[in-house]
Design a binder for this molecule. Structure first.
Ligand code: PLP
Length: 399
């Protein structure tokens, strides 16, 4: 009995579970505890003030009316009126598609996982931007593929380096990219580079996964259509997590018929179909053209926070520190002098009362370690001022 109680099963865990050691959230919590009132720049989430709670609550009540049809099995692509809404909305971003080519998923995270399951097997390689979204790195790692980071500059992915990486690595199957208001760097890939990316993908016969959670949240600058608008073979991932709420877990992927067939069979062995009451809730919440007005409100709100963060950085950062000036999304990317290690910066800054994500977490090789990601979306202007002043002090203390 004692033997059974103390027996550990950890030696039986599959290799794919060995992703990145301890959870980043444990690290974040530990750092937050170093100060009585830390300014926290870690959240890649919408501001609480913008969550359309009343609208979702009312829509949810209505979603249960006459719901017997929704509560059985079926409609595996997702609630049809929502798929139609998504296909129509994407037309405003120059993406031509049909509701039948939209699969509604548990956030874009689930869509990305399904797509990886369809395309990737151990030994394949995937090209990503370096830096890239931490969540995507975690998903890719579970598929035991080689992850090849391609450098970016102030405008995003360096497409000459992309070409070199494709030539040097014929085992690449997929390019995963966040061209618009990238997480974590905030860059917006120019149109000519988007075109070059799809041309290279065609030439080297690789799939493109375009992840676009922030495209609607643009505050300034030129509007550039998604890569999917240039090539209908591109798998396009979207989500309501940033414009409505992440807790509802509603996202989607747009794919061609042949890919959709495989995505559907992947879904069948995962969750059969996901929560259609929630999908109907979202569809009802979006009625009467709600989203365009709400998006405009979000843009005006986040623009103020972005401007506050850029102004505070201008005021508080010592010589030698660089930062991105994003036209949209939630993030500002800071580059410190090369000799500063962002893990050390993470520790010291927490003592000064400011917590963020160290840049190393976004590097597939975990090598570049003098960068940090700051998110402004959930932080009020006075807390931004306070937190960036603290960051300035912390940086000065170790320069
Ligand atoms: C680039 C990117 N992709 C995907 C996601 C995940 O979104 P979802 O909540 O739809 O799973 C995020 C969220 O931070 C993100 O930044």
């Amino acid at each position: 009995m004692t033997h059974l109680a103390t027996r550990s099963l950890s030696d039986l865990f599959a290799d794919r579970t060995r992703v990145f050691g301890t959870s980043i959230w444990t690290d974040i919590l530990r750092h937050k505890e170093k100060h009585a009132d830390p300014a926290y720049f870690g959240d890649g989430a919408p501001a609480r003030e913008l969550l359309p709670i009343d609208r979702l609550r009312d829509a949810s009540a209505r979603a249960w009316e006459d719901s017997a049809g929704l509560l059985g099995y079926g409609d595996q692509k997702g609630y049809a009126p929502l798929r139609e809404w998504i296909a129509n909305h994407l037309r405003t971003r120059d993406i031509e598609t049909h509701a039948n080519n939209v699969l509604v998923t548990g956030g874009s995270t689930q869509a990305l996982d399904f797509a990886c399951r369809v395309f990737l097997q151990p030994g394949d390689a995937v090209i990503v931007e370096n830096p890239t979204f931490l969540g995507a790195l975690e998903i890719l790692n579970t598929y035991q593929v080689e992850i090849i980071g391609v450098d970016c500059d102030d405008h995003g992915l360096d497409v000459d380096k992309l070409q070199q990486a494709l030539i040097a690595n014929p085992q690449v199957k997929v390019i995963y990219t966040i061209p618009t208001f990238q997480n974590p760097s905030g860059t917006n890939l120019p149109l000519d580079r988007r075109q070059r990316l799809v041309d290279l993908a065609r030439e080297h016969h690789v799939a493109v996964f375009e992840d676009d959670p922030y495209g609607d949240l643009q505050y300034s600058g030129e509007v550039i259509a998604p890569i999917r608008a240039l090539d209908d073979q591109v798998l396009y991932f979207g989500t309501f997590s940033k414009t409505l709420a992440p807790g509802i877990r509603v996202g989607f992927v747009v794919a061609t018929d042949e890919v959709m067939e495989k995505l559907l069979s992947t879904r069948e062995v995962s969750d059969i179909s996901n929560d259609r009451i929630m999908m109907r809730t979202v569809a009802l919440a979006l009625e009467d053209d709600f989203l365009p007005g709400h998006i405009q409100e979000c843009r005006d709100f986040y623009r103020i926070r972005r401007d506050a963060m850029l102004a505070a950085l201008e005021r508080e950062m010592p010589e030698g520190i660089k930062w991105s000036k994003p036209d949209g999304g939630f993030f500002v990317w800071i580059t410190l002098p090369a000799h500063i290690d962002s893990d050390r910066m993470f520790d010291v800054a927490a003592e000064y009362g400011v917590v963020f994500f160290p840049g190393e977490w976004f590097d597939p090789d975990r090598e570049v370690s003098h960068t940090i990601r700051l998110s402004f979306s959930t932080v009020s202007v006075d807390r931004i001022d306070l937190g960036i002043a603290r960051l300035g002090e912390a940086i000065r203390s170790i320069l």
